[in-house]
Design a protein around this ligand. Structure first.
Ligand code: NAP
Ligand code: G4F
Length: 330
């Protein structure tokens, strides 16, 4: 039997890695996209003829019910969210609607159409915020430090609640930061890899950053989508921390990225307080023992490999952009 999966947020970083992963497992892959005046499908361009896209929106209950009824997926991965922490301070209500209540809308649609659908919720280490212990496990209390984190705590608990209350196979993956060459350019890792490449190639002078002391447990998105899938293949649903167990500072990321292109980062990086947050998460480090034990999951890409992968991809992309511009002006 061919399995059908529906991915909300398929145009995002994780959505594109997950779609590719499921296609390799011979799934029929459907993706939910929201209507925009210009299509935003760059990350799934090479999968476009192998995935079926449908318009719906996390803000519109009926669109979700119709979509799930039409696709009748065996597995639904809810990756769609307003995922950028600084924007959540500027648009806290919209963030609550998308990232928090949106989860309930999807769960309600599942309950109405087919409660047998297996559900994955993209929870976040941002829920640990001002950390109560280190490393953080599935049992560490939450202390979110942003409207985004608060909305994710709601999404996490509503997932647990529908599992316990309505017997839905609902899992919450508490994923620590994961990055890739497809990461949005506003997130700090991609901002750094892109700048290291542009400065090396002579098309940027400076890189302006905020809190260099912040520490994150950074892994590779390609490894993390495997954990999402594994959660939905188990006999019973549960919540899992997915992390590398190592933390590094933003400063260390910068050092490695610039070192990789043979530059001294101190000559190019400046601090701009505009990038400080009203309340930041200073440190995160996860303990993924449960995922190792029960899912057999382990990350494969190391921190230095991740940094090099991102910088190399940006070097290649920026070189091509420069060549294309030269060709156009010739
Ligand atoms: P991302 O690149 O920002 O992608 C977010 C996706 O959500 C995009 O496809 C976006 O569509 C879609 N979306 C936003 N609002 C929507 C709406 N109202 N209706 C329909 N779709 C909507 O995020 P990501 O890094 O792939 O992360 C995936 C999920 O994991 C998110 O829920 C994020 O909060 C969570 N998470 C991420 C990390 C991480 O380190 N990456 C860690 C923990 C948890 P458009 O393309 O139209 O904008
Ligand atoms: O890359 P970031 O913006 O990621 P953040 O805030 O940790 O959130 C990401 O990971 C979460 C998982 O914990 C996800 F749930 C969430 O959706 C998202 O994917 O910032 C990382 C750190 C912060 O402490 C920030 O203050 O980097 C620091 N930073 C320093 N300078 C900066 C900058 N962040 C950004 N975005 N831009 C800067 O210039």
């Amino acid at each position: 039997m061919t399995k059908r999966a529906l991915i909300t947020g398929i145009t995002g970083q994780d959505g594109s890695y997950l779609a590719k992963f499921l296609l390799e497992k011979d799934y029929e892959v459907h993706g939910m996209v929201r209507r925009a005046s210009t299509e935003n499908f760059e990350r799934i361009a090479d999968l476009r003829d192998r995935v079926q896209l449908h318009q719906a929106d996390l803000l519109d209950q009926l669109s979700l019910v119709r979509l799930i009824d039409r696709v009748r997926p065996h597995e639904l991965y809810n990756l769609a969210a307003m995922s950028f922490v600084p924007t959540s301070f500027e648009q806290p209500l919209l963030t609550g609607e998308f990232t928090g209540l949106g989860v309930t809308r999807v769960l309600e649609a599942i309950r109405q159409v087919d409660p047998k659908i297996r559900f994955y919720q993209a929870s976040s280490s941002e829920m640990f915020g001002s950390v109560r212990e280190e490393p953080q496990t599935e049992n560490t209390p939450f202390y979110p430090r942003s409207p985004y984190g608060v909305a994710k705590v709601y999404g996490h608990w509503i997932t647990v609640n529908y599992r316990e209350g309505f017997d839905i196979f609902a899992c919450s993956g508490i994923l620590f930061n994961h990055e890739s060459p497809l990461r949005g350019k506003e997130f700090v890792t991609r901002k750094i890899s892109d700048a290291a490449a542009r400065i090396k190639l002579g098309v940027q002078d400076k890189l302006y950053l905020g809190n260099l002391d912040a520490q994150r447990d950074w892994g590779f998105a390609g490894d993390y989508v495997r954990a999402m899938w594994l959660m939905l293949q188990q006999d019973k649903p549960d919540d899992y921390v997915v992390a590398t167990g190592e933390k590094h500072s933003v400063r260390q990321f910068v050092e490695l990225a610039f070192q990789h292109v043979g530059l001294d980062w101190k000559k190019y990086v400046e601090i701009d307080p505009a990038f400080y947050r009203p309340a930041d998460v200073h440190t995160l480090c996860g303990d993924a023992s449960r995922a190792h034990r029960e899912l057999g999951w382990k990350p494969e890409v190391t921190f230095p490999e991740l940094v090099r992968m991102m910088v190399d991809a940006d070097l290649k992309r920026v070189e091509k952009e420069i060549a294309d511009e030269d060709a156009a002006t010739r």
